[in-house]
Design a protein around this ligand. Structure first.
Ligand code: ATP
Length: 234
């Protein structure tokens, strides 16, 4: 579904990714883990077509995303929930959600998808008339994910959705992410919550200093001595 192949990316003269390859197959929940500055966000932004690589390719459903406009990439079924959420603070929750359904087909199915988003996140339904800027951190993350779902993605990329959230909210969020995946949406999840995300992952990739250094199933990496020492403090 998504194939990232030998990606090299730079900001100006500063190269930050080297030879990054990873794949997400249909139906998979794939996790990308790495310390601060490893290059995870850069990888997601390049996959979404927002950054042009120096080298390498990104194919989504067999199309090279760098030959497409970002709104066409979203319409083709690839959506990113960015780390900073980027909600419109002065618009209500429902207005923010509806903005996600801008492409023709999602717009036609808007009412039905909105009902599904409210079913996933009942709290968004309760808060639908509230301004997005007044939501709690967890609710804002839910609204950002809900807005991405309104575009009817086939693959949802999430950049550190648990950042800054209390442990109970994180647990709730991860169980909803798992449910979204079980309902047929493939997921590429960037996370620093290693234990909980590896437990969910069909496949995981570890990034260090701009390179992928290790890959395996979530279970394999949970049992890997290097991961246990470096990321799980065991
Ligand atoms: P974090 O977990 O802290 O968000 P990350 O793994 O997502 O980190 P990136 O945000 O992709 O890492 O950053 C990779 C490297 O690129 C870092 O060294 C960062 O300082 C650098 N970088 C990111 N954005 C820019 C930019 N706009 N201009 C210059 N350098 C950048």
């Amino acid at each position: 579904m998504l194939e990232i192949f030998e990606l090299a990316v730079a900001y100006g003269h500063l190269q930050v990714l080297w030879d990054v390859s990873l794949t997400v197959k249909e139906g998979q929940l794939v996790v990308l883990i790495g310390s601060n500055g490893a290059g995870k966000t850069t990888t997601l932004k390049t996959a979404q077509g927002l950054l042009k690589p120096l080298n390498g390719h990104v194919w989504f459903m067999d199309e090279d995303v760098h030959n497409m406009q970002t709104h066409d990439i979203v319409a083709a079924g690839l959506s990113l929930v960015p780390e900073d959420r980027l909600l419109f603070p002065d618009m209500t929750v429902v207005e923010n959600l509806e903005l996600g359904a801008f492409a023709k087909e999602p717009r036609r199915q808007r009412a039905e998808t909105l009902a599904w988003v409210y079913d996933l996140f009942p709290r968004l339904k309760d808060r639908r008339k509230q301004k997005a800027g007044t939501l709690s951190g967890g609710e804002q993350q839910m609204a950002a994910i809900g807005r991405a779902l309104m575009a009817k993605p086939k693959l949802l990329m999430l950049d550190e959705p648990s950042l800054g959230l209390a442990p109970l909210i994180v647990e709730e969020l991860f169980s909803i992410i798992e449910r979204i995946n079980q309902e047929g949406i493939s997921i590429l999840l960037v996370e620093q919550n290693v234990q909980i995300s590896l437990a969910l992952a069909h496949r995981a990739f570890i990034m260090e200093n701009g390179r992928v250094t290790l890959t395996g199933t979530g279970q394999e990496l949970l049992e890997d001595p290097k991961i246990r020492e470096a990321y799980l403090g065991m």
